[in-house]
Design a protein around this ligand. Structure first.
Ligand code: HAM
Length: 482
């Protein structure tokens, strides 16, 4: 059997629905922030990433999927989205348009990493970039949009860590301080770090092998080497974050693993238990030099990216209930060929009228078709019986109440429309009789009369709901304990 490649995943079923829902929330949020979608190629010239992400970064030296194509070109599967967006910005002369350019992307990236939970070789990243603005407001906007995305997805256990690497002058001073600090200690670090000392000492700080080593933990911090202009800029970013009511902590240890950053850098962590060490949901920062470095005009930029796989994992670990439907509107059952032909016709008509409809494709007997309808959580079932069809009629059954109606085929769309609207606004399934907005059974100030053994509001059978939270995790107002 041919197996999938290491560090790659098949996303299907319920998990695929979660991923699609995340994509949908991203699209909606990006529209509100006025970012437009950008789709760049999955492979680019190798040179783009060497010059863009940095010759000495792990992403380029160890994790790059490089190959030569049949025309002898040096090609790399993109390890991240920013370099490609910057190439597109320059190549399509977007710098000539009114600035800033605000774009977002969502696609697969490739990093030859050691696969583990939250670390894949094929990963999907959502990212957003603002090109052509140096305003600290744009740094704050990117951070706030990232936080809002996680919040819109129902995540609560997140922490925003920010830092500043400062401008070129500050970075040069910091580099000098690092060289001075690491030189007498370098023999105690890994061979890669020994090489980094000369080429790019900043990269020692995010060495995966020496992570946690005291020599690295005690190294000088960027924040102590910021010049006045950089300090002032960082203060302004923080001020805008305060205005936008975004909680954050300054973490002087954040340097990020890519070379293009200056000024603001940030990471957002999942704090939920069980995540493991790869708990950074997303990260980003300002990269004012990259456009110029890739032969474009001087252009200040800022951006962020988040792994969709890690996001889905956080949603699962926080047990967030997403509004994902796992039911269909109608299942059409049949026995003979004529009925089957009518099923094919009717399914098509009803789907085009906006209903979610399925039917039988594997020759099951009627009893097994009913089971299949249950498996698909069909709200209604309809047995297409030749006799009824000759009379221009069908029998439709509400799968929850088991009530059945015989209706004229001409009215099926109206019938379904009306019944499904009623069904959606029905009392909750626990039978407590509370209003349409609640599916748990108890309303604020009312006694929970739920008769289900375990309804999802957290109250026990026959007992009053004693949840103390005004708004507990299930999302409904509860009565406070007497
Ligand atoms: P990054 O920190 O390398 O930044 O990646 C961003 C996010 O992608 C990570 O926080 C993580 O969620 C996800 N990710 C990265 N590597 C893996 C992996 N091997 N498996 C699963 N998920 C992964 C960037 O890529 C920058 N381009 C972000 C940026 C945009 N900076 C400015 N603009």
């Amino acid at each position: 059997m041919i197996q999938r490649q290491k560090g790659c995943n098949d996303i299907y079923g319920k998990e695929a629905k979660v991923w699609k829902y995340i994509d949908h929330v991203i699209d909606e949020l990006m529209e509100k922030y006025n970012y437009t979608f950008i789709r760049t190629p999955i492979f680019e010239a190798t040179e783009l990433f060497h010059r863009g992400v940095g010759e000495t970064t792990d992403i380029v030296t160890k994790e790059s999927y490089d190959f030569e194509d049949k025309g002898g070109r040096r090609i790399t599967l993109r390890p991240e989205g920013t370099a490609g967006v910057v190439r597109a910005y320059i190549e399509n002369k977007m710098y000539g348009e009114p600035q800033p350019i605000k774009v977002y992307y969502n696609g697969t990236m490739y990093r030859y990493e050691r696969p583990q939970s939250g670390r894949d070789r094929e990963l999907t990243q959502f990212g957003m970039e603002i090109l052509g603005s140096d305003d600290p407001l744009s740094d704050a906007e990117i951070i706030s949009a990232a936080v809002k995305l996680y919040q819109c997805l129902g995540l609560k256990e997140i922490k925003v860590n920010i830092n500043s690497l400062g401008d070129n002058e500050s970075r040069d001073q910091y580099r000098e301080a690092l060289v001075k600090y690491f030189t007498p200690k370098i023999k105690d670090l890994c061979p890669d770090c020994q090489e980094r000392l000369e080429k790019n000492p900043l990269r020692i700080l995010d060495c995966k092998y020496d992570a946690g080593n005291e020599i690295i933990t005690n190294a000088p911090k960027t924040i102590d080497y910021l010049n006045d202009a950089s300090k002032e800029r960082f203060e302004k970013v923080k001020e805008f974050l305060d205005i936008m009511q975004i909680n954050y902590e300054v973490d002087p240890n954040i340097v990020r693993g890519l070379d293009y950053y200056n000024h603001t850098v940030f990471e957002i962590e999942a704090k939920v238990e069980g995540f493991g060490s790869n708990n950074v949901l997303g990260g980003g920062g300002r990269y004012n030099g990259l456009v110029n470095q890739l032969d474009g005009p001087e252009t200040p930029c800022v951006g962020f990216a988040s792994g969709i796989g890690r996001l889905a994992m956080a949603i699962e670990l926080e047990k967030v209930e997403l509004p994902i439907s796992d039911s269909i509107d109608l299942f059409l059952l049949y026995v003979n060929d004529d009925e089957k032909k009518y099923a094919a016709y009717l399914a098509q008509e009803l789907r085009m009228a906006g209903f979610i409809v399925d039917t039988e494709y594997t020759g099951r007997a009627l009893k097994a078709q009913f089971k299949q309808a249950d498996r698909l959580n069909a709200k209604f079932t309809c047995v297409l019986n030749s006799e009824d069809l000759d009379n221009n009629e069908v029998k439709i059954k509400n799968n929850r109440t088991k009530e059945e109606d015989v209706i004229s085929l001409d009215t099926i769309i109206y019938y379904l429309d009306e019944k499904l609207t009623l069904e959606d606004n029905e009392e909750c399934s626990c039978g407590c009789g509370c209003g349409p907005d609640c599916d748990c059974g108890c309303q604020e100030g009312k006694e929970c009369t739920c008769t289900d053994e375990k309804c999802n509001c957290g109250c026990e059978e026959g007992k009053e709901c004693t949840c103390e939270d005004e708004k507990c995790g299930c999302g409904h107002h509860h009565k406070k304990e007497k």
